[in-house]
Design a protein around this ligand. Sequence first.
Ligand code: SF4
Length: 337
Amino acid sequence: MPPNRSEESTVTAISLFSGGLDSRLAAKLMLQQGLNLIALHFCSVFVSEKNAPGVSDIQSTAEEYGMPLINLDISDDMIELIKEPEHGFGSGLNPCIDCRILQLQKAKGLMNETEAQFLVTGEVVGQRPMTQQKAMMRHIQQRANVAGLVLRPLSALLLDPTIPEQKGLVDRNRLCGFSGRQRTPQIELAEKLEVHDYPAPAGGCRLTEPGYARRLEDIMKCSRMNRKNIELLLLGRHFRIDSDTKLIVGRDEKENGELKNRGSEADLMLECAHYPGPTSLLMGCYCEKNVQLAASITARYGKAKNLDRVEIKSWGRKKLTLEVQPAKDENFAGMML
Ligand code: SF4
C-alpha cells in the first residue's frame, strides 16, 4: 500500500517554489502524501516584480500550504554567472542551464542544513527548450551533485525513479506523467487539488527580455556589472555617453525620486533649475564636454525643451549651474540604449 504519512511524518523535502502553478501543484502532490515541505524561493535583481509572483504572495501561499518559507537572494551569484556562463545563453542574456545548476546547488546546501532528504521541483519534461529536456535535466542534476535527489512530481512517471521513490518515501503511483507546453493537464489537476488563485504564466526573468538584455550587455562591455548598476537598469532612459560614462534620465516623478535616492556623492545629479523636468544621474567621466551634454539632454526632457537656453543645476560630485541649449534628438539618438 502506498505511503500515506501522518502529521508526524519524518520525511522532509525542500520544494523549489516560484509561486507559479507548476510549483504549487508539485508541492500539493507532495503534501497530499503527508510529507513535510520547506518552500525555497529564489529571488534576484533579475526577477521582475511585475511579471513574477511577489514575495508576499509566495509567503501567503506557503503559509496556506503549511510550508516554512526560505527566501534566498542569489543576485550576487547570478551576476558572477552572467559574466561567463559555462553553458551559454538562451535567446536573451539568460544563462538558464547554469542558473538551474546554481539553484539546485543552493538547494542541496540547504538540504544539509535542514536535514531534508530530497528536492521537489515543478518542472515538466519538454516545457522549456533549454532546461527541461530529459537529457539536460539529467545533466543539470549531475552537475549540481543531486543526481537521484530531484523529484518532479508533475513528470515523474516519464523519468527514472528517484531515490525517495526507490526507498518508498514517496508513492510513485500517485505522481503524474505530464509533458510539453500544454497547460490543460495542470489546469485540470489544479481543479482536483483545489489550487486556486494561481498567477497566469508569465516570464518573470528579465534576462530573457531583449530590451533589458541590451542594457545589461552595455554594462558588461564596460565592466560595470555591479549591483547598483544592475538595479539602475530598471529606471529611466539610458544613454551611453562614452565608454566610461552613462547618463540616466528619469521618466516620471517616481523615477526622479528613485534616482535621487540611488545617486551617491560620487555621481553627478542634474535637474532644470526653474522648470519642471527630469532628474538625471551622470556616472563615469565628468569632463566639461560630458557634463554639458548631460545637461542639454536633461533640458530636452523638461518642460522648457523649446526654449533657447535652460538653466540646469547639479549636485553630488560637483555643485554647478549651467546654461545650455536643449539637445536635439538627432544629436543623441545613437546614444540611447
Ligand atoms: S529564465 Fe532566468 S531565472 Fe529562469 S532559469 Fe533562466 S536565467 Fe534562471
